[in-house]
Design a protein around this ligand. Structure first.
Ligand code: NAD
Length: 274
């Protein structure tokens, strides 16, 4: 199955559809990743805090897919922010993954109350220069926090991974990131599964003879968002990757726009989350 790629601001490319692994149990992760790679996924999203990096690395090796063909993201956890601790955290992640490098390393949350994200960013820049990570980005960052990184270092994050789905569409955040050439990755792209029973989306699914999950993921892709839906189920993984052979028309997109809700956030608020 051929896959679309998004070109990032450093010229590198990321597969636009990836596999999320949050809440994937450590012992099941290797099989999940192996299955996904067998289906054609080439992008896996993990994090130190998910406690499944070992399984991600094991699944990659078990799949037989060459390392260089798979895009692996992991993230710096909040309590590891800071110069030395960020360096040590990446070393631990690479040990657990049993890899020499990750394709993308993200600061997981800004944690403004601790004010260590700039210092962490400076260390990520050094780690990238050393080749331990190929690209660096952020997650859950506000535009002014991204500006602070850029003003201090001149290095623009390649992505900002933020909560985004039809019930919380992040229209203004998406525009602010685009203005800075920061690609947006949607986390909880399916609204943690809660949007799958939405009647408006169900009508669109019937119209296109697709599932609701496919309608939602197609909406992300047509909005130039990078998506990382999570599933451990082979049939659902296949379904989530198979979203290229149909198109939502302008009316469909306008219908989905009406589902946006300023109170639709399902995860924590990045301004206060520690
Ligand atoms: P999601 O929106 O991907 O939804 C996952 C849920 O939907 C699961 O219950 C799954 O069983 C169900 N599902 C998936 N595909 C389906 C299908 N085709 N049909 C029916 N049900 C289906 O939620 P998520 O896991 O919260 O988010 C995806 C990924 O985003 C995570 O796994 C993680 O990698 C990342 N994430 C990042 C952050 C961050 O702070 N950066 C926060 C949350 C999640």
């Amino acid at each position: 199955m051929s896959q679309p790629f998004t070109t990032l601001n450093d010229g590198s490319k990321i597969p636009q559809i990836g596999l999320g692994t949050y809440q994937a149990a450590a012992e099941g992760t290797a099989a999940m990743v192996e299955t996904a790679l067998g289906l054609g996924y080439r992008h896996i999203d993990t994090a130190m805090i998910y406690r499944n990096e070992t399984g991600v690395g094991d699944g990659l090796r078990a799949s037989g897919v060459p390392r260089e063909d798979v895009y692996i993201t992991t993230k710096l956890w909040n309590t590891d922010q800071g110069k030395e601790s960020a360096r040590a955290a990446l070393a631990t992640s690479l040990d657990q993954l049993k890899l020499d490098y990750v394709d993308l390393y993200l600061i997981h949350w800004p944690v403004p109350a601790r004010d260590l994200y700039l210092e962490s960013w400076e260390e990520l820049i050094r780690l990238r220069e050393e080749g331990r990570v190929r690209a660096i980005g952020v997650s859950n960052f506000m535009p002014d926090q991204i500006d602070r990184l850029i003003d201090a270092t001149g290095v623009v994050p390649v992505v900002n991974q933020i909560e985004c789905h039809p019930a919380f569409q992040q229209v203004s955040a998406r525009a602010e990131n685009a203005k800075r050439k920061v690609a947006v990755q949607s986390w909880s792209p399916l609204g943690q599964g809660e949007l799958l029973g939405n009647p408006v989306l169900k009508t669109l699914a019937e119209k296109h003879d697709r599932t609701v999950a496919q309608i939602i993921l197609r909406w992300h892709v047509q909005n130039d968002l990078i998506v990382i839906p999570k599933s451990v189920n082979e049939g659902r993984m296949r379904e989530n990757l198979d979203i290229l052979a149909f198109t939502l028309d302008a009316d469909d997109m306008a219908t989905i726009a009406t589902l946006d809700d300023p109170d639709g956030r399902m995860g924590p608020d990045p301004l206060t989350f520690e």
